[in-house]
Ligand binder design. Sequence first.
Ligand code: ARG
Length: 399
Amino acid sequence: MTERVVLAYSGGLDTSVAIGWLKDATGKDVVALAIDVGQAGEDMERVRRRALDCGAVESVVIDAQEEYASDYLMPALKANALYQKRYPLVSALSRPLISKYLVQTARELGADTIAHGCTGKGNDQVRFEAACAALGPELKAIAPVRDLALTRDKAIEYAEANKLPIEQTKKSPYSVDQNVWGRAIESGYLEDPMNAPRDGIYSYTEDPDPSKTPTEVMIGFEQGVPVSIDGVRKTPIEMVREMNALAGAQGVGRIDMVEDRLVGIKSREIYEAPAAIALIEAHEHLEDMTLERDVLRMKRQLEAEWSNLVYDGLWFGGLKQSIDAFVDHTQQYVTGEVRLQLHNGRATVTGRRSAQSLYDFELATYETGDQFDQSHAKGFIELWSMPSKIAARRAQGQK
Ligand code: ARG
């Protein structure tokens, strides 16, 4: 039997051309694999058929939206995952899931190699190959754009010469990657970090509008996972979709940043991630009320580490899994409700309550009912500041 390669297929120009290009360069038959992670573009059946029309020997589509929300987005939310404090890891979260299916499909359909459409300058090549290495160490990897000189111009030429069924729709001036957790927009005019994003670049969010009536929502959480909006139960994927609609309509979740890629480049990135930004805000506030001070402090440090690991393609790595175990243990008390106001580009928490709350009115109040014995504070401060006093005496040479 001819050797086979499984290609992560999007249905776009590059990966469509990559089917024939891979066959020509390697002699291997190409199996196309398209994963639905809520990118909400084309009909997936059309995508599947296009791969066959472009010469794939088999074409597989997997609807992984629910799995993506439950097993990838919810862990990210529990970890309040924001790379460099801003980016909710939109593309970084989808790669390990796609890789899982690349490995599974390679084994089922007898391929010895996986392939993807990434260039050699980005993070996604690393994420695909690092995840596949962790799950299918016997498999090889090949990237036609990076390894087989499949440039954009050659792709267009090849598609025309071979009459590939690709509607050359108006070529987007940007490189876009999107899924249900958000949208990443880069390159072109945005490569000048001083250029403001142009009108029409966003599609998950409306322009923030101060004259619009604010939207108020009550988000219910159980053990760190959002389970209801205004008392109505939601599955994780429903939660994310509905928050995208509600928060997106108020312009919440637009991000404009210069980010450090794993390959050493600084890159200007635009994102829109309305549900991610609104849900992380709500979740963090509920944790502020339900986690002990030192647990919270350590968790915030480990969240940054978790985000770095996932950004860097180590989803299946040991450290990331160990941090997950810590995070999950902390979430046992993160149950309650958070009121969010969505307005003019911001998601603002305006209230929270929890049966697991550590907030104690009788300790916090300045009014009658105060149970906090202020006379203990004086002695506490005496001991607390003793090391400072001793060090200060030494610094002043009075030791
Ligand atoms: N910079 C982001 C990341 O590394 C977004 C990547 C978007 N990918 C793309 N092919 N346009 O996660």
